[in-house]
Design a binder for this molecule. Sequence first.
Ligand code: DC
Length: 228
Amino acid sequence: MGFKIIAIDGPTGVGKSTIARQLAGKLDYLYVDTGAMFRCLAWSWAAQGCPESDESLEKLGDQTKIVFENEKVICDDTDVTQEIRTEQISAQASKISRFPSIREVMKKQQRALVEEVRRSESYHGAVLEGRDIGTVVFPAAEFKFYVDASPEIRAKRRLLQLRERKEDADYEKILADLRKRDYQDQNRKIAPLKPAEESIIVDTASLSVEDVLDYLLDCVATEKEISQ
Ligand code: DC
């Protein structure tokens, strides 16, 4: 079996990361959280005062060093694993992701990362999760999934997570933030969030993480590949 690419796209808060990480683990594939890459750029961008000129953005994209190390995300030699998960960075990542130069540099880096692993034969394939993996970054991916759920369902799940962690949580605010990010991600001019034409849509409304994982594994095992 040759090296395969699995694209998992979908909106914020739908559980893509959990699903993609577990799927990669089961298949012995490389797992790439492309949202974390945008978050790292947003983190550096915020530190620089959010400049919007093409020149500053290009420099930011080219010079920010992003490394995945085991479960950690290292940006410019700083462990930002926790720091990039704040609401502020979420909003800034969504904002910075609309700039063409940023999208271009991310696409290049994501492709290079996978190419390196393909050549080194260190994994059997790669699972990448994001917004534009099946549509733009790897349009020829062997498997494309679009994982979805309504904003209300995603907001309820997030509310429960925060309550379990005993953190402040307000359903209406969570829902409003989710809707805002959905709007930004779906309506930007370049590489907006949308299912690739041939992607398998997985509505997770009534499915547990295990159900989704079983379904995806079954698709991969039975080679429900996209006919190119
Ligand atoms: O998946 P996430 O919530 O960590 O992603 C953070 C932001 O990054 C998201 O609002 C949009 C952007 N993003 C993107 O534009 N393209 C990707 N492939 C991944 C994330």
